[in-house]
Design a binder for this molecule. Structure first.
Ligand SMILES: *Cc1c(COP(=O)(O)O)cnc(C)c1O
Length: 238
């Protein structure tokens, strides 16, 4: 059994344990494997271990990897089982390759980006599934719409023809204290509730990474984005 396959098993067990602890149904918590900085062969190993959803942060790296994984699998039916999620910051001149290569985008934080993704989404691929990224800790350096601008952005996105609004995403300020982690995630869950009272229904809360997954599950995460706990420590220099 490969190390990646062992790691995936450990992560699935951790999700099940957290779900049991907080009275959640583990089948309602999807695992997104974040493969940024790792090569296509790592993705194929995870695929062989049953993983189907993969997350990428950088456009060119992601687009190249999607093509390389398709080549390595040498089987279009197999390659079509992979669902690619874009989770990184988006520059407006990079929306087209995202719209053409990914099934999901978690990191929409302004109207212009959403409009371009909808315009550039090829009809043959169906709607792009999207989450709005919220700057939940109010950090100046972080991407994400501020909570007070969220409703306006959501109202814009729901009327775009080629986007399917699925939920909210956040990357809170790093904090080792679980109570603080939970507070940030609870704020995102509250924002989802507020949008729902405005008639904007959302089935996805994309929250929780390797270091704060349990707190995210406690607060209602439906999709955890896990990188290093599956693929190992990242080396950005490579
Ligand atoms: C890198 C990254 C992850 C995964 O982080 P790990 O700590 O390796 O689990 C999740 N979400 C986003 C937005 C990321 O950039």
């Amino acid at each position: 059994m490969s190390l990646i396959s062992q790691n995936l098993q450990v992560v699935h067990e951790a999700i099940a344990l957290s779900a049991a602890r907080y009275g959640r149904n583990p089948t309602e918590i999807a695992l997104l494997a974040v493969s940024k900085t790792f090569g296509a062969e790592h993705v194929v190993q995870a695929w062989q271990a049953g993983q189907r959803m993969f997350g990428e942060n950088y456009v060119q790296e992601g687009v190249d990897k999607i093509a390389e994984v398709r080549r390595l699998l040498a089987d279009d039916c197999a390659a079509d089982q992979l669902v690619w999620h874009f989770i990184g910051p988006i520059q407006s001149n990079k929306t087209r390759p995202i719209a053409e290569n990914f099934s999901w985008v978690h990191s929409i934080d302004r109207e212009k980006i959403a409009t371009r993704l909808s315009e550039q989404r090829p009809a043959s691929l169906g709607k792009l599934q999207v989450c709005l990224q919220v700057n939940i800790s109010g950090e100046a350096s972080k991407s994400g719409v501020s909570p007070d601008q969220l409703l306006a952005l959501a109202k814009h996105v729901v009327q775009l023809p080629n986007l399917n609004m699925r939920g909210l995403m956040c990357v809170p300020e790093a904090n080792e204290d679980e109570a603080a982690q939970r507070q940030a995630f609870r704020s995102l869950a509250d924002l989802r509730q507020q949008l729902q009272t405005q008639g904007i229904m959302l089935d996805t809360l994309s929250m929780g990474m390797s270091a704060d997954m349990q707190a995210a599950i406690a607060e209602g995460s439906t999709m955890v984005r896990i990188g290093s706990a599956i693929f190992g420590k990242r080396n950005y220099a490579v």
